[in-house]
Design a protein around this ligand. Structure first.
Ligand code: HEC
Length: 148
């Protein structure tokens, strides 16, 4: 076998092998007592935006895209979810101290304002998660109302 063919075959085998290592799924299917909707008034239009643009990484329920079943894409996604949830978990918001809640609300406002959230690597594939100017205003106004 030619040298390049050997390398290709090895790469193919490695790709096949890593498919067996599927990360755990972030899908509780439940709304916890600590969910933000049980803590604060979250109007339906705000909830719709948060669900489509933020919940995949900041809640206990991710809607998994097809590519999450293909490694290493699934690992990369799992890493984002773990990191995102650690920083902010809407399913767990009620367990935060008042101080932490206020600081998170302020970070949400900032992240929408400067466009750092949702992550651009995410909106590249999830076009429905791109926020319109109106949706941005909606979230900022909602967060502002909660902090007052
Ligand atoms: C693809 C996953 C993903 C999506 C979708 C996403 N985030 Fe994030 N978010 C992260 C990750 C990862 C971090 C932690 C690392 C960082 O700050 O970049 C983070 C951090 C944050 C932080 C910082 C928390 C802190 O205390 O400083 C806020 C606030 C935030 N996200 C809000 C949002 C909001 C609001 C949305 C929806 C409009 C959203 N995120 C959508 C992955 C995501």
């Amino acid at each position: 076998m030619r040298r390049t063919n050997k390398w290709l075959l090895m790469l193919l085998i490695a790709f096949a092998v890593i498919q067996c290592i599927q990360p755990a799924r972030n899908k509780s299917g439940q709304v916890l007592q600590t969910d933000i909707t049980n803590m604060y008034e979250v109007p339906a239009d705000v909830q719709r935006v948060l669900k489509s643009a933020c919940y995949d990484c900041h809640s206990n329920n991710t809607r998994y895209p097809w590519y999450s079943y293909i490694q290493p894409a699934g690992w990369w996604l799992a890493h984002h979810i773990n990191e995102g949830k650690e920083e902010l978990n809407f399913s767990d918001f009620g367990s935060y101290s008042l101080r932490r809640r206020i600081s998170k609300l302020r970070s949400i406002e900032n992240s929408i304002h400067d466009g750092s959230m949702p992550l651009s690597s995410y909106t590249l594939l999830h076009r429905d998660a791109r926020l319109t100017e109106e949706e941005k205003r909606l979230i900022i106004a909602w967060v502002g109302g909660l902090r007052d």
